[in-house]
Design a protein. Structure first.
Lengths: 112, 112
């Protein structure tokens, strides 16, 4: 799956930067206009716009312009690709623990 | 939680590199000796060792030396910090979808 690997690569590269991660954390709460996003960081607007472009190219955010105001949102399901990748990295021991957990849940729910 | 944020930062920086990600993917299957890990990559052993150090510093892998052979393993729970961070980035709409999913699961299991 070359397309999937490119997606994982773009998302992880985008999130490896603490400023971009802080933007994602802020947008997970609600969409925001660019000036709001810039406020907590001591950086110029062009620098922030560059970070937003990286996030947009990685498929993590989308933005819409209404008049002179640009609103940025976290794309729904943006981080699904990372969930998927993480799931694939479960070790045999972790899979065994999962199966034990499922077994215990089933046993417990039968008992109640 | 400054310690937690440092951990997330180290893990994401480590995983942003495709070689290091390929090493993690390989180690999720089973521990491996260094020469095995080096085989699929056209890179020198010192370069690989440098990648392994980054992964080790990020808490993702551990290694043990027996005689002249060094075996590298994925640290159990190594990626938990990333699962946690991803969970925190769920948007209000995704939380609502989660609640709907839980409601449907409960309703369905009552009916059967």
């Amino acid at each position: 799956m070359p397309y999937y690997h490119d997606e994982v690569d773009a998302v992880l590269r985008a999130l490896a930067d603490p400023t971009r991660r802080a933007v994602v954390e802020r947008l997970a709460k609600s969409p925001a206009v660019v000036s709001e996003l810039a406020a907590p960081f001591s950086m110029t607007l062009p620098s922030l716009m560059q970070h937003l472009r990286v996030l947009e190219n990685a498929g993590l955010v989308t933005s819409q312009k209404h008049g002179r105001v640009r609103t940025v949102s976290l794309r729904p399901g943006a981080l699904d690709v990372l969930h998927l990748w993480l799931g694939e990295q479960r070790t045999p021991a972790e899979h065994q623990a999962d199966r034990l957990g499922i077994h215990l849940t089933r046993t417990t729910s039968k008992e109640t």
